[in-house]
Write a protein that binds this ligand. Sequence first.
Ligand SMILES: Nc1ncnc2c1ncn2[C@@H]1O[C@H](COP(=O)(O)OP(=O)(O)OP(=O)(O)O)[C@@H](O)[C@H]1O
Ligand SMILES: [Mg+2]
Length: 249
Amino acid sequence: MDLIMENTADQPIPTLSPIVQTHNLAKQFGKFWAVKNLDITVYDGDIYGLLGPNGAGKTTIIAMMLGLVHPTSGSVHIAGLPVLKERKKALQFVGAMIETPAFYPYLNGRDNLYILGSLRQKISRTRLDEVLDLVGMAAHQHKRFSTYSLGMKQRLAIGLTLLHEPKLLILDEPTNGLDPHGTVEIRRLILKLAKQGHTIILCSHLLHEVEQVCNRLAILNHGELVTEGSIEIVTSENNLESTFLKLTE
Ligand SMILES: Nc1ncnc2c1ncn2[C@@H]1O[C@H](COP(=O)(O)OP(=O)(O)OP(=O)(O)O)[C@@H](O)[C@H]1O
Ligand SMILES: [Mg+2]
């Protein structure tokens, strides 16, 4: 009897479920195409790097994923839901940070989270405690926002995106302007969030960071996708920096 054949037949075929899919996505501002015919897929559990030089179209893509910018053509689906037609439903799965949000400088971190989080939905005291702890801000929650370091501000901003327990987190340059300590803290936080089951899209110019946290990535140039795949495949011939420089010349 062929045991291997029997076992193989019993094995479920592993399937990767897409969390975000863009199809032929494009955005034109006047005569300028900021994003062209973009097909990318972010799978459940990915830490997905969205890379490209300044002006490559990363933030525009994120804005289209969030329904903030209307695509000229094409579509974005989140958890199978079309963002254009079912924005509210699709975005209930999503927490996003594009630059640091405006916090109240004279309020403390906890009150800021509570007030800004409540604009979206009711926030329980327990959830506030959980999130402050998760982003390492519990010890600083009663200090005024204006006294925080940039790293603390960024962690609070990530906390704000987490309050409603989103499946997908989209972080546009979360380490922008941070010193190496702040950068390492955000890196650890991203890895912790991924371990807890969040899928993450990370836009960053810090290729060293991307190399350390991302399992898959896309590189864009002038609004076009030049490569997408697992980090091992994309960097199979060279390290990420050389690959990036070569593909975005
Ligand atoms: N509202 C707008 N109107 C006109 N042009 C725009 C608008 N938003 C973005 N663009 C242009 O689209 C291109 C892509 O911009 P985008 O901000 O998406 O790039 P990016 O990859 O996020 O760059 P960076 O790394 O600097 O953040 C740029 O040339 C930008 O000037
Ligand atoms: Mg940008």
